[in-house]
Design a binder for this molecule. Structure first.
Ligand code: SF4
Length: 334
């Protein structure tokens, strides 16, 4: 088992003049809020990060923020040339990019492979054609399938990100999206509940009553259900939920939506609640061991699971056992 630490050097390149009109996206806001580094600037960004990273860490340069392969080809190559020089010198081990499924083709992949791109994350968002249409994504599921296959053919790491609660989405359709992501053999995923951002088509739909945003409780439940599917299939989940940020705050850009600083913890608390409920633990005294990194989640956000068990006649002590894998548990009766 490799215990090597990983670190991404993030380079945020918001995509200007994106021809799409995803209903949840406020491109103007993104473009006005973040300055776009020129290809020449990114050496400075990378060098600054490298100065702070210790030895023995696997480092990737990660271009994210927009659809990297949708920016003009010459500009994209200029960014890649700078990043690739760090791969060639051995200072970093790989390059990650994020993009839209319909911006992937064999010709694009030729360029990405030539400049050492090792991982591609696609914003799949949903695999349901009607959800994609209502969300203004500009393509159907077949574009996601095709792009995923092309990336797999190159043996690059494939990420397929999904959103929950887009227009027309249901829990069943989100579960189907997660199953499709597994079927398309994604290595990684990210799970983002949809939020309503100011000055978007989704805001107009929301205000007219044509769109209902997920409540925090619903978003936690939906995230838990898709997380179970990814865990079972061994798809690495890189992120669950959105965090409030300076911009994404109620009263600023955020109009409505399930955002919470402890969102992931709440999802894992619910997942552990299901695991504990299904375990058939006897009432009275017992000791439950879980992996160290799962201890807080098993006990629950604000001790929710432990309190529930105590109130129902269980006297449980949770302890860490590093021999256990995530979501495994051992029960001992005293
Ligand atoms: S593809 Fe959609 S989400 Fe991405 S920048 Fe364009 S409009 Fe926004």
């Amino acid at each position: 088992m490799s215990l090597k630490k990983h670190c991404n050097i993030p380079i945020f390149i918001p995509q200007l003049a994106c021809p799409h009109q995803c209903v949840f996206c406020n491109q103007e806001k993104i473009s006005n809020t973040f300055s776009i580094p020129k290809p020449n600037d990114i050496s400075n960004i990378i060098d600054n990060y490298l100065n702070t990273i210790g030895d023995g860490v696997e480092i990737n340069i990660a271009f994210f923020g927009g659809s990297f392969t949708g920016i003009p080809k010459d500009e994209m190559i200029n960014y890649l040339k700078v990043a690739h020089s760090y791969v060639e010198s051995g200072k970093v081990q790989g390059i990650r990019i994020s993009t839209k499924p319909d911006y992937i083709s064999d010709a694009i992949l030729d360029i990405l492979a030539q400049y050492g791109v090792t991982a591609i994350e696609l914003g799949a968002q949903s695999t349901n054609d009607k959800v994609l249409l209502k969300s203004g994504r500009g393509h159907k599921f077949d574009a996601i399938e095709k792009a995923a296959q092309l990336i797999r053919n190159r043996n690059m790491e494939l990420g397929l990100q999904m959103m929950l609660g887009l227009p027309y989405d249901t829990l069943e359709l989100s579960i189907q999206t997660a199953k499709d992501i597994v079927r398309l053999k994604a290595d990684t995923t990210r799970i983002y509940p949809t939020v309503v951002v100011k000055d978007t088509a989704l805001e107009r739909m929301y205000k007219k009553g044509d769109y209902q945003v997920l409540s925090l409780e619903e978003a936690v439940k939906w995230s838990k259900e898709v997380l179970k599917i990814f865990n079972e299939a061994g798809v690495k989940v890189l992120r669950v939920g959105l965090h409030p940020s300076d911009e994404l705050e109620f009263g600023k850009s955020l109009v409505a939506g399930p955002i919470h600083p402890s969102f992931k913890e709440m999802v894992l608390t619910d997942l552990w609640f299901d695991l504990l409920s299904n375990k058939n633990i006897h009432k009275g005294k017992s000791m439950i061991s879980v992996a160290k990194n799962q201890l807080n989640y098993a006990i629950g956000y604000q001790g929710k699971n432990r309190s529930f068990l105590q109130e129902n006649g269980y006297d449980i002590k949770f302890i860490a056992n590093n021999l256990l894998k995530d979501f495994e548990m051992d029960v001992c009766y005293n």
